[in-house]
Design a protein around this ligand. Structure first.
Ligand code: IMP
Length: 178
């Protein structure tokens, strides 16, 4: 088993580069088939999705656009505490089919925040595509249209996903070991 250390934690290889890439090919084929004749705008959610977004977008055979948005956390002054602001919106999405590209859906809070914004901005249709999904951690009802891999509720790193900012450049996905 391929073991690695990122900062102070140990991880073992969980999803190989080949497995990731062949799953992405299959997802891209499905999206291409489902959304042919649509005017599609893909939205990669930074930072984690930058590799996934690049790899899947290259395999989408549609006349499509891609853009990136980022959720920035800052401390609110009100009782709600942390507020997440979306930055990087430049596109007019009204009337468009939007596909959100996420690296991982955990509790679903990020997704909920993004969907709210897309609805406000009047996207005609919103699809969610995530490479990884933790069903045991998910607390929302928002349906997820395209899932690469369902994984248990443990911490993973690699292929865009980080541990304290590190590990994003690993080609495989690694799971934390006890
Ligand atoms: P949410 O709980 O679905 O809103 O996920 C929030 C964010 O937490 C994700 O976009 C990731 O950036 C991060 N995250 C969740 N689980 C993991 C993990 O296992 N490894 C690395 N980042 C994670």
């Amino acid at each position: 088993m391929n073991e690695i250390t990122v900062l102070d934690r140990e991880f073992s290889e969980y999803i190989t580069e080949d497995e990731i890439q062949s799953r992405i090919t299959a997802m891209a084929e499905k999206i291409t088939e489902d959304l042919k004749d649509h005017d599609v705008l893909f939205f990669g959610i930074l930072n984690g999705s930058f590799l996934f977004a690049a790899d899947i977008f290259r395999q989408i055979k549609l006349n499509a656009q891609i853009s990136f948005i980022k959720l920035a956390s800052y401390e609110g002054t009100g009782s709600s505490g942390k507020i997440k602001e979306l930055i990087g919106w430049n596109e007019d999405i009204s009337g468009k089919t939007v596909v959100v590209l996420e690296d991982i859906v955990d509790t679903g809070s990020t997704l909920e925040r993004i969907i709210g914004e897309l609805t406000l901005r009047k996207a005609s249709e919103v699809k969610i595509c995530t490479l990884l999904f933790k069903p045991d951690a998910y607390t929302k009802d928002i349906p997820i249209d395209y899932i690469g891999f369902e994984i248990p509720n443990s911490f993973v790193v690699g292929y865009g996903l980080d541990y304290d900012g590190y590990g994003r450049n690993l080609k495989s996905i690694y799971k934390i070991t006890k």
